[in-house]
Design a protein around this ligand. Structure first.
Ligand code: NAP
Length: 251
């Protein structure tokens, strides 16, 4: 089980949903995992218990990844565990389904800060530690974008879709800029995954309502997304960078 000694993986927003599934899978691969959460300590503790019960290493760190100061502290805590090898920029939010004209500037900024600024801030911290040009040993960064980057999420949350479009551009730009510094950057673009996130949009049963639209006629599981993330984080994808992997049932 302990294939990768003292290599650290930071997974933002890993108390629940896709992040939690990813943290657990990376721990099984032998990474020391940093479980990050915003408010739900109980959920983060449950992920920690699950990992430790299977013999894995992890720590929980509360941090708002939209805050530069919190992000600095998050990575300082991660340094206590070993050498940063993997960053998964997973934390993300959406807000109530509504038309574009009803989205306030405050909401738009909040979505952008949590979904995009966080990704940018965490990437900067990771590069400082991973870059072979700065004495690091390289590493991988996986961004959790969304199929919404393609659909635009009309009449639901175009702000969220726009934030994911920005993540895709950030993925490409960072991948090309960091390719000769030992750092690969890729993204997954999940669609209709069974998590609590849909509750934030005001429709907890959204996956069930829309699953028929997908060619595969079902929603996806958090583990199915985590498999893609862990593959992109691993040496098995060594020739892949700047790629956007759709995990969305054909969408
Ligand atoms: P989720 O179940 O709602 O979990 C969100 C996670 O993010 C929680 O761990 C939450 O922490 C954390 N979080 C939220 N804001 C944060 C902040 N400011 N700082 C640190 N952590 C924060 O969501 P999910 O469905 O797993 O989504 C994970 C990612 O997948 C998101 O980027 C989302 O956009 C993307 N995605 C999801 C779907 C889908 O259908 N579910 C589809 C495409 C893309 P707390 O537990 O403390 O609240």
């Amino acid at each position: 089980m302990t294939k990768i000694m003292n290599k650290v993986a930071v997974v933002t927003g890993s108390s629940r949903g896709i992040g939690a599934a990813t943290a657990k899978m990376l721990a099984v691969e032998g990474y020391a995992v940093v479980i990050n959460y915003l408010t739900n300590k109980e959920a983060a503790t449950s992920v920690q218990r699950d990992i430790e019960n299977k013999g894995g290493r992890c720590m929980i760190v509360q941090a708002d990844v939209a805050s530069e100061n919190d992000v600095t502290c998050l990575f300082q805590r991660a340094d206590e565990m070993g050498t940063l090898a993997v960053l998964v920029n997973n934390a993300g939010i959406l807000d109530k389904q509504t038309r574009l004209t009803d989205i306030s500037a405050e909401r738009f900024q909040r979505i952008m800060q949590t979904n995009v600024l966080s990704c940018f801030l965490c990437t900067k911290e990771a590069v400082k530690r991973m870059s072979t040009k700065q004495g690091g040993q390289g590493g991988t960064i996986v961004n959790v974008s969304s199929a919404a980057a393609k659909t635009g999420a009309p009449n639901e949350y175009v702000d969220y879709a726009a934030s994911k479009g920005a993540m895709d551009s950030l993925t490409r730009g960072a991948a090309l800029e960091l390719a000769d510094e030992g750092i690969r950057v890729n993204a997954v673009r999940p669609g209709l995954i069974e998590t609590d996130m849909h509750r934030l949009g005001g429709e907890p049963d959204r996956v069930n309502r829309l699953k028929g639209v997908l060619p595969l006629k079902r929603g996806g599981t958090t583990e199915e997304v985590a498999e893609g993330i862990v593959w992109l984080a691993s040496e098995k994808s060594a020739f892949v960078t700047g790629s956007l992997l759709d995990i969305a049932g054909g969408l």
